[in-house]
Design a protein around this ligand. Structure first.
Ligand code: SF4
Length: 344
């Protein structure tokens, strides 16, 4: 079902330009943009995702992953089909890939009011826009986030970070926390393996910090693709120097998927080496992801080493936030829901 799209401009001869992400697709009448979910009908742009929620689950917030945001809380997680990248290693390709190849865009119409009511009914503290790429369901995200905020819920965006600046600005004040992928530190990697570019992602990471959203960064560490010491150090240095040493960095284990089925999973040793590079670079909070039970899942005080949030899988025990119970150092993050949150 079509819904009028936001963020586009008319060009000549009923052609339009979508301004939602850094691709800035120029779309002729009857055609779609690269994501496959925004189409030009007679000189106007429409989205096909507004009425097509394809995944809706109650998740622990640690699964996003966010480790410095309402630990132990539940987040209602929403996604549609479609993505503005085409990563060879996509771990959610059944949702992200079909629209690009002309396959049907399926999902349920769940209006924002219903999503917010469901989040409140389930006791969620937040709504997450996640699973595929929330940029391509911007209109549904924006309307839901606005209503969620009015009802005391917080909003989380889990994204590849390839939006336009206008898109990010339009979400400012609505999104409280985000996890953004930094997939590699090479433009060639972004071009060849993701159909995108590195620089817009770096600029968006800087912009998100300037806007003050709570930010955590994730890198999927892929054997023989983005895992040299030099590249890992370059990513860690960028986070440290340009985003800040308190920005948490999640280094996640790759599992063979989509077009990279013959690449082996990342080993624990590779992940630990990357973790060490992150710590040596000066990052205070580096986490290994998708390797359940690893001690790096805990949040430790960067000053005295005391464990302030203990995680075993998705079981979370909080014992020293916002200030370390041993030495008093403040641990950055959003630790409490706003007053009145989670109430109908
Ligand atoms: S969201 Fe991005 S990929 Fe999709 S039509 Fe707009 S500019 Fe193109």
């Amino acid at each position: 079902m079509m819904y009028p799209a936001a963020m586009w401009k008319p060009l000549k001869d009923a052609t339009v330009q979508c301004c939602l992400c850094a691709h800035a697709c120029v779309i002729r009448p009857g055609k779609k943009g690269q994501c496959g979910v925004r189409s030009n009908h007679d000189g106007a742009l429409f989205t096909e995702t507004y009425h097509a929620a394809a995944a809706l689950n109650l998740d622990p917030v640690e699964k996003k992953p966010l480790h410095h945001f309402l630990p132990g809380s539940a987040t209602l997680s929403l996604g549609t089909m479609g993505c503005n990248m085409r990563c060879d290693f996509c771990q959610n390709y059944s949702l992200s890939a079909p629209p690009r190849t002309g396959k049907p865009i399926t999902g349920q119409s769940i209006p924002p009011a219903m999503l917010v009511a469901e989040a409140l009914r389930c006791g969620a503290k937040s709504i997450s826009y996640t699973y595929s790429e929330p940029t391509v369901f911007f209109e549904l995200m924006q309307d839901t986030a606005r209503l969620a905020a009015d009802n005391g819920l917080l909003n989380i965006m889990v994204s590849n970070g390839f939006q336009s600046t206008d898109c990010l600005n339009a979400l400012n004040g609505l999104i409280h926390a985000c996890n953004i992928d930094l997939k590699a530190f090479s433009d060639v990697f972004y071009k060849e393996r993701c159909g995108a570019r590195l620089l817009p992602v770096l600029e968006n990471l800087r912009h998100i910090r300037r806007m003050g959203w709570w930010l955590e960064v994730t890198t999927l560490l892929i054997p023989d693709a983005n895992d040299t010491d030099a590249e890992i150090r370059a990513m860690a240095t960028f986070i440290h120097d340009e985003l800040g040493s308190d920005v948490p960095w999640h280094i996640s284990r790759f599992h063979p998927a989509h077009k990279m089925l013959s690449t082996p999973p990342t080993t624990a040793v590779q992940l630990e080496q990357a973790w060490q590079i992150g710590k040596d670079t000066g990052l205070h909070y580096v986490y290994i992801g998708n390797l359940h039970g690893h001690p790096s899942e805990h949040t430790s005080c960067p000053s005295c080493g005391n464990i302030v949030v203990r995680r075993t899988g998705y079981k979370t025990t909080v014992s020293g936030i916002p200030a370390c119970s041993k030495c008093g150092v403040l641990i950055p993050g959003i630790w409490n829901s706003p007053p009145g949150s989670g109430k109908a």
